[in-house]
Design a protein around this ligand. Structure first.
Ligand code: IMP
Length: 422
């Protein structure tokens, strides 16, 4: 079976943990979009691992982990991740595969990302990892791909061409000195050499795996509302974070995808700027942020927190054809008197049952809530659904009704073990 895992909110839903659990059942785990802006956290046997580029399934020793063509690869960050895994005695030499078609993040992408942010009036709050500028080069047809790092002649020509244009922009628009050719050329040829043993044709590898009846898990990064097309644009990332991205980002056809599982947090969080209708007021946000350890795995930035927004998650279910959901971090809501679920928005006297496309409406929309009583006791040790406090069961059951989708997993803590399968 070929399965896609996607985030249904603004990322950080807890995908890493579910991917790690489901990885046991498959042969291949594949990243298809995003780059080192992602941070997937897996906690096992009391040890925490944070992955930015390597698929979270790598902790299972017999699995093949792939980075598809849709990912933008920062070779420096990737090599650090490979070396950190080796330090933890996790060896990946025959298990990591990188698409030769994946685009490479270069130093000028990162600096441009940061400079653009300082100049914008409508700041996005990017991770500063060079994601947007790298994808922009890909679409502008001047990007440098993994395969180019293996060919000194091609790389030289492409890098020279890029620097010629980009240095003009750095100097004239941003008053930045720009970048010299030699050190980037030398460093990136070395990175290419280091990564050459992992670089291959992922589309052929995965299509062959499917013919051989192997199972593939596609690991979505970020979330539906950070998708470049369907997210809360322009406060989004630059890739296709929805399930469709799994096809264009790997070279496997849509007819080969069997199922999509969605991941949602029991409440909502967002890092960076942009509309957030159910956002908590500051004092309560601080309380939940600290309780849920809601700080970015990549940048350490505090995450904004709010109530569960069923309007958003319903739309994510539709856009991704999600047939099953995992609800994460239910334990963070322990001890609250009341819990709210947003079921619609009000804007200019009208009721909205969809996330508004219009930026002004999205910013000003007021949530319409259904309130429910919370539960007193902690649920971290619960392993069976029927052992959850009645009001926690009612919350899950209400979400299931509102979303009209089966909830098959509930997470009650950060470890693999803290999971209830329904
Ligand atoms: P970029 O992907 O660095 O360009 O950032 C664009 C927006 O996406 C910013 O609001 C980031 O905070 C957000 N973002 C990017 N990656 C993640 C992620 O993995 N989790 C949550 N937010 C993310």
């Amino acid at each position: 079976m070929n399965l896609v895992i996607v985030g249904t909110q603004w990322g950080d839903e807890g995908k890493g943990k579910i991917i790690d659990i489901l990885s046991k059942e498959v042969n291949y785990i594949v990243r298809y979009q995003g780059g080192s802006n992602a941070g997937h956290t897996v906690v096992t046997n009391g040890k925490e691992y944070i992955f930015h580029l390597i698929p979270s399934g790598i902790l299972h020793k017999d699995k093949i982990c792939c980075i598809g063509n849709g990912v933008v690869v920062d070779p420096q960050a990737l090599i650090k991740e490979i070396k950190d895994l080796a330090k933890a005695h996790i060896y990946i030499d025959r298990r990591l595969k990188i698409s030769s078609l994946a685009h490479v993040i270069l130093p000028y992408h990162k600096v441009l990302d940061q400079l653009r942010e300082t100049r914008r009036t409508n700041k996005i709050g990017t991770t500063g990892r060079g994601i947007g500028p790298c994808y922009a080069d890909k679409i502008n047809r001047c990007g440098i791909r993994m395969v180019d790092l293996l060919n000194p002649g091609v790389f030289k020509e492409k890098l020279k061409d890029n620097l010629k244009e980009k240095n003009e922009i750095f100097k004239k628009v941003y008053r930045h000195v720009g970048f010299g050719f030699s050190s980037i050329y030398k460093d990136y040829l070395n990175y290419g050499k280091y990564l050459s043993k992992y670089t291959c044709n992922i589309a052929i590898l995965l299509n062959k795996a499917t013919q051989d009846k192997k199972d593939i898990l596609f690991e979505g990064a970020q979330g539906t509302f950070l998708d470049i097309d369907f997210g809360s644009y322009p406060f989004v990332t630059s890739s296709s974070a929805t399930a469709g991205g799994a096809c264009v980002g790997t070279g496997l056809s849509p007819v080969k995808i069997d199922k999509v599982v969605g991941i949602a947090k029991a409440y909502t969080t967002r890092v960076g700027e942009g509309p957030f209708p159910t956002e908590f007021p500051p004092v309560f946000a601080k309380f939940i942020r600290e309780k849920g350890n809601e700080f970015g795995a990549t940048t350490g930035r505090p995450r904004r927190c709010g109530w569960f927004d069923s309007v958003m998650v319903k739309e994510a279910i539709l856009l991704n054809s999600i047939s099953e959901l995992a609800i994460m971090k239910l334990d963070v809501l322990d001890g609250l008197k009341t819990i709210k679920i947003c079921i619609a928005y009000k804007y200019k006297g009208k009721l909205f049952k969809e996330f508004p496309d219009d930026l002004e409406a999205a910013k000003s929309a007021k949530p319409v809530y259904k309130e429910m009583p919370g539960w007193e006791r902690t649920i971290n040790k619960v392993r069976r659904y029927q052992d959850l406090p009645l009001n926690a069961q009612r919350y899950i059951s209400r979400l299931q009704d509102v979303l009209n989708t089966k909830i098959s997993m509930v997470s009650v803590g950060s470890s693999r073990e803290d999971t209830i399968f329904i």
